[in-house]
Every structure is written in C-alpha cells, then in structure tokens.
Design a protein around this ligand. Structure first.
Ligand SMILES: Cc1ncc(C[n+]2csc(CCOP(=O)(O)OP(=O)(O)O)c2C)c(N)n1
Ligand code: SF4
Ligand SMILES: [Mg+2]
Length: 351
C-alpha cells in the first residue's frame, strides 16, 4: 500500500481558528483519486467546515464503506478517529461506535453504490433509528471504483460512456431519507462549495440523522453527454431552494438581507441556521410538502438542492434508548458490576 503523506511545512502566519488549529490540521493524506473527481471537492468542503466550526480533530470519528468515495476519509481529518468498513456496512459500524461513545462527532461517508445498492438496508435503519450523525453520500450515479457500472441512483434514460441506456428506475436517497425519518436532509453539488460547506456545517451541528446527497461527477466514467450526473448537466438543472449560513452561538448575526427572505432555525446546541430563501414559498420545516416538491421538480427534470428539510427539535437514538452519557470505556467497575444485591433486585423485578 502506498501512503502519500503531505509535507509538513507550514507558514508561520497561517490563520488559526478559535481552538488553535490551522486549516492544514484538518487535512489528510494526498488524494489518489482521478484529477477532477468531484469527491476531492467534497473532501475540501469537509476540511473547511470543520476548520470553521472550531472542531478539535480528535473529537471526530469518520467512517466509510468501500468505493472511491469511501476512500476519501483518508484525505481529510488525518488526526481524527477513522474506520473504513466493508462495502455498505458503514451505518451499522457507526451505530455501534456511537452507542459506545456519544461524545464524538460522527461523520459517515459513502457512495451511491455503497448506500443505494449493497448498503441500502443499513442506510434505511440508520435513518429510522435516529443515529446522531452527518451522513454524506458522494453520488456520481456509477460504481466508480469498479470501472463505471450504473448504480441504483442512475436516472432512467441516462447513458453510460459507451452509449448504453439505463432502463431501471432510480432510487432517490433524499426522498427515501425524508420518508425514513431523517431530521436534516439536504442535496448539493460538489462543484458548489459555497452551498456545500454551510450544509456540512449544519449537518455536523445537527442532533439526529443528517443526510446530505452530494452530486459528485465521476470524470472518468460518468461525465459525458447523456449522463445526468455530469458537471454540465448538474449546472444546467440545479434548482436551489435556499442558501444557508451557519452561525455559532458565540457569533453575532449580521446580515444585510431583507428579513422577509430569511428564515432562522435554532438547533439544539444554540447554533443558528440562517436560510436565505430562493424559492419563496418553500418551507423546509414541512416534511410532506418537501416530499411533494421533490417529486414535482423531478418530473420537470430539475435537481433540487439546498436544505430540503430540517426538524430543529428532533430526538436522536440516545434519547430513544436512554443510553448512558459517559463513554462505555470510561465506566468504572462499580458501575458495570453493581453487585449481587442489585442483581437480585433486578431479577425480582422481572418475576
Ligand atoms: C461485498 C462486496 N461486493 C462488491 C464489491 C465491489 N465493489 C467495490 S466498490 C463498489 C461500488 C462502489 O460504488 P460507489 O459506492 O458508488 O463508490 P464510487 O466508487 O462511485 O465513489 C463495488 C461494487 C466489494 N468491494 N465488496
Ligand atoms: S473513477 Fe470516478 S469516482 Fe473514482 S476517482 Fe476516478 S473520477 Fe472519481
Ligand atoms: Mg458512485
């Protein structure tokens, strides 16, 4: 295995965030993906989001499955916890890690093959169980790593590089996550950093299952005319419903926008999602309306992007299961083994 480490040279005047880290501290190994792959832009957006949010790198656990997309956690947050699972199994491994230690920020990275084919059941259960995580699907409509077969998110009628037409109905992971109970749902484009970085920030600060579908062109196998996941196609059909800013509790909200075109959503941790409306009638707090809107726009051939749904008072898996707050590896013997009297009382309560 080749591991390409970045040189450690750092400018003395490199800007530092509130916890003393430079942007470099959030980077990882040098990417081995194809030059121009959308996935590399998503990695850069993750680096920017974590730097801006003043997250300490050791407070993050990044998990992925298998695919070019699932390789990317190696290219960012080099000082964070990481686990590259098997194909489609990121959600269950992440769920287990989150149950053992709820103190970390969980970031799951996956691809459309990893999430919508082999891992679709895992994806579904992580959403419906309310796992507290930011789940990013780097969606290029193909299995990039295994040389460009159509994935389950490829649009019906779209063409592969050799001109073969896809005849299967696509799975829309955004629509599915809404139906399954995700409480922060967004779609973006790897070529739109201005939209993507705040969405990742909002997802990382959200308590509950936050899902972001990022259309991320595969320049080697799916960037030709006839593909609906190419740079040109997505730029031409991208319909943003809103634009997001994330304001941390310590920051002052200063904006020059007309209040009528703004919506403020306060999350559990006090951070504020400031949504600048683009589609004036769009309400991101209405799950059913969001589902209808997606369907309507999809039939018109549009790709809806932005923050599609958010429930700022959502509950997560820890609340549902009443889990212990302390990480399991920090619980002492007295807590884990309360003695025979406690066991007798427990047994008696079950008789
Ligand atoms: C159990 C299993 N089945 C199949 C494969 C082969 N395989 C590796 S990656 C992949 C698809 C990856 O597609 P996607 O998640 O969309 O990632 P991309 O490479 O497009 O970013 C497949 C089918 C595997 N590694 N393991
Ligand atoms: S094959 Fe496609 S998805 Fe994989 S690195 Fe190359 S451009 Fe990216
Ligand atoms: Mg893919």
């Amino acid at each position: 295995m080749t591991y390409l480490a970045k040189p450690k040279l750092l400018r003395a005047d490199a800007p530092r965030n509130a916890v003393g880290y430079t942007r470099r501290d959030y980077e990882g190994a040098i990417s081995t993906l194809c030059a121009g792959c959308g996935h590399d832009s998503i990695s850069a957006a993750v680096v920017q989001a974590c730097f801006d949010l003043d997250i300490e790198p050791h407070k993050v656990a990044k998990l992925s499955g298998i695919g070019c997309s699932s390789k990317t956690p190696d290219y960012f947050l080099g000082a964070s916890h990481g686990f590259n699972t098997t194909h489609g199994r990121m959600p269950s491994v992440l769920t287990g890690a989150a149950l053992a230690n709820r103190d970390l920020i969980y970031l799951g990275v996956s691809g459309d093959g990893d999430s919508a084919s082999i891992g679709i059941a895992q994806f579904a259960h992580a959403m419906r169980r309310g796992v507290n995580m930011a789940y990013i699907c780097e969606n290029n409509g193909v299995y990039g790593l295994t040389k460009g077969q159509f994935s389950a998110t490829a649009d019906k009628g779209s063409k592969n590089k050799r001109g073969v037409v896809n005849s299967d109905t696509p799975i829309d992971l955004v629509a599915l996550s809404l139906q399954l109970g995700a409480t922060f749902v967004a779609r973006s484009f790897s070529g739109d950093k201005e939209q993507l970085v705040p969405l990742i920030k909002g997802a990382l600060r959200h308590r509950g299952p936050a899902f972001i579908d990022v259309i991320s062109p595969c320049v080697t196998f799916n960037n030709h005319a006839g593909s609906t996941k190419s740079y040109d196609y997505v730029r031409e059909h991208n319909e943003a419903v809103n634009r997001l800013d994330v304001i941390l509790p310590r920051d002052k909200i200063e904006t020059s926008y007309n209040p009528g075109s703004l919506r403020r959503v306060v999350q559990h941790d006090g951070s504020v999602l400031l949504l600048r409306k683009v589609a004036v009638d769009y309400d991101p707090a209405d799950r059913v309306a969001a589902m209808n809107y997606l369907q309507e726009r999809q039939t018109l051939g549009e790709i809806v992007t932005g923050l599609i749904y958010v429930d700022s008072s959502a509950e997560d898996m820890h609340r549902h299961l009443n889990t212990v707050e302390k990480p399991l590896n920090q619980l002492g013997d007295a807590y884990l083994c309360p003695g025979s009297k406690a066991l007798d009382a427990l047994n008696a309560s079950l008789r």
